[in-house]
Write a protein that binds this ligand. Structure first.
Ligand SMILES: Nc1ncnc2c1ncn2[C@@H]1O[C@H](COP(=O)(O)OP(=O)(O)OP(=O)(O)O)[C@@H](O)[C@H]1O
Length: 313
């Protein structure tokens, strides 16, 4: 049994059973984050959560509830006027050491980010550098974090990364404008994968894409997670999607995590009125959905179904 959330958010007995024996990879305790503007914005309030090795934790909640701010806090990406008012973030490294993320400075912080915890940002597909080839952008991640790698090794790894995310390695010499939105997003995921992180934080990674491309990319994320066993914090306001892909879901409202539970419990017996309200905001969830909710195995309605590669080929 691992330490888990504080007394704050609602959760079920099923949730407690689920947590039995899981190993934490990232623990956040009592995180409060403000934007120091006038008047101040209390964007995250006393949020606590534990992410376990290899699990997908969905972060749900309407626009402006603090999801991105919390994610930035977990990864030490906050910039003024945002300030971490209180809280602890601990990364439990696979080598057995615990890292106090809030205390990291300079080189140690740079080494932590991307290496241990990487992030796919909201709107990431538009953040590829337009004048640098895909190859150079992948190389840059490795040159910065793995200076000992030879050029040949970087080339080999870059091709491997593109293949992993379902993009033809022939695209290494392409520039962003030569790629579709789905491909650009896959390249961003390849960059986040480059250093074999133990945690990936994905902030609305597929929101700007059409549904077919979205599903192709989700399927790839699920497959990569199976293969490499990294944990994912997946942020989106798309609750139906979260129910489908997540092991657990934390529901945020006005900066607080109000409920955290297994995806199935959230779907079938949500306790917090706000979670129930969110569920009813998606008419597709209130009808007969049968095997819609992720059961821990791939089924025909899950994101690993089908064979289409989106627009990646
Ligand atoms: N730079 C900023 N200065 C002041 N307030 C900010 C700033 N960035 C975000 N906020 C506020 O902090 C709160 C949380 O925003 P945040 O972007 O974390 O929410 P979110 O749930 O990720 O929303 P979305 O889904 O729209 O991205 C909101 O009230 C937002 O207006």
């Amino acid at each position: 049994m691992t330490a888990t959330t504080t007394a704050g958010p609602l959760s079920s007995a099923t949730h407690a059973d689920y947590l039995e024996g899981l190993e934490p990879v990232l623990t956040a305790h009592d995180i409060s984050i403000d934007y120091e503007v006038d008047p101040p914005v209390h964007a995250v309030r006393h949020a606590s959560l534990t992410l376990h090795r290899g699990e997908i934790l969905g972060l749900a909640g309407e626009s402006g509830c603090g999801k991105t701010t919390l994610a930035y806090g977990l990864n030490r990406l906050l910039k003024p006027p945002a300030i971490l008012r209180s809280g602890e973030v601990t990364f439990h490294d696979a080598d057995g050491t615990d890292v106090d993320v809030v205390a990291l400075r300079d080189d140690a912080l740079r080494a932590f980010r991307w290496d241990k915890v990487s992030m796919v940002f909201q709107g990431a597909m538009n953040s590829l550098n337009p004048v640098i080839s895909v190859r150079k952008q992948l190389h840059d991640v490795m040159t910065t974090h793995r200076p000992q790698m030879t050029r040949a090794a970087r080339d080999e790894r870059s091709a491997e990364l593109l293949a992993l995310v379902g993009v033809d390695p022939a695209r290494l010499d392409s520039f962003a404008h030569e790629l579709s939105g789905g491909m650009r997003q896959r390249v961003m995921i390849a960059m986040a994968l480059a250093l074999n992180p133990q945690v990936m934080i994905m902030d609305e990674p597929t929101t700007a894409l059409d549904v077919v491309v979205q599903r192709g990319i989700l399927r790839e994320i699920m497959r990569l997670r199976e293969q490499f066993r990294f944990a994912v914090v997946f942020i989106t306001h798309d609750l139906p999607m979260l129910l489908e892909i997540s092991d657990r879901i934390a529901v945020m409202r006005a900066g607080e995590i109000v409920e955290i539970d297994t995806a199935e419990s959230i779907y079938t017996r949500a306790q917090h009125p706000y979670t129930r309200e969110l569920l009813t905001a998606f008419p597709s969830l209130t009808g007969e959905r049968g095997s819609f909710v992720r059961t821990g195995r791939s089924d025909e309605t899950g994101p690993s179904a089908g064979t289409e590669k989106g627009d990646a080929s």
